[in-house]
Design a protein around this ligand. Sequence first.
Ligand code: TRP
Length: 339
Amino acid sequence: MPTSAQRPRVLSGIQPTAGSFHLGNFLGAVRQWVTLQEGNDAFYCVVDLHALTLNPPTPAELRERTRVSAAQLLAAGLDPERCTLFLQSHVPAHTRLSWVMECLTGFGEASRMTQFKDKSARSGADRVTVGLLTYPILQVADILVYQANYVPVGEDQRQHLELTRNLAQRFNTTYGDTFVVPEPYILSGTAKILDLQDPTAKMSKSLGDAGTINLLDDPAVTVKKIRRAVTDTETEVRYDPKAKPGVSNLLTIYAAFAGRPVAEVDQDFAGQGYGALKAAVADAVVAFAEPYAKRTKDLLDDPAELDRLLARGARRANEVADESVRVAYDRVGLVPPPT
Ligand code: TRP
């Protein structure tokens, strides 16, 4: 077993979502986190502070979402013996470094982030907070305090990773070598799951419930949604994302659970119709989702145990992150605090 110092450091974060993770969250990101526990020193956090930046939930909702998200990450296979799972707000070093990084970021540079522009355009200037503007800088701090080598994220986070690299280099140039400049580990090879009702768009709760498979849903609901998934007017089961997006999406889901290349699984359905494909997809999803939902429920039914697991993660995260901030504050010239 290599020591943690020899293994690459991985960090990623996920927003606490209301209720269940959907199949796109799981196959697109969470499943890769589980894989990356092996061979890496992996840190994963639920970014509860980031959840305050836009349409903030009520206090009760935020607590609930955060716990349900953490429980689902454990249910999905994150193992506290093999990775460090924690809540962002339990590690004050993130916000402490964020301030310093804000002071190294140009106002224009932050304003040009496309996610900020998109989100602020959609919600209107009056409702946009300074927190939404500085969101990516807190993300930079999330990453840099762990001296992460790799950051597994979706394609939509590429620009935030570029900012992370720029700010790490800027700090290092200004104050001396302090931070590892991380590499994005873009999860593009992983299954991109599309909406069941609109298979030209990414699966997303905002598109409506009928197209989204929620992993905590009752299996009967899931089976029904898959049976009603939009296909096409042909009958042949064939992987062809352009001409047959709905059928191809179902094959992608099937292949992801089977752990086989999507290009080969359509052979399994030679001479069979869409009914057989949908039944096979439903079986695969339910076979995963049923024990997942049970594990999630068991964790939520034992809040003391969930808290204990998160406290353990927070302890290790704080150790690593505090040391980075101690060094960074010292390099900047802040007088060391009394011990
Ligand atoms: N912004 C990321 C997203 O929306 C979430 C996130 C916050 C994150 N902090 C992070 C991802 C640090 C990777 C590393 O998906």
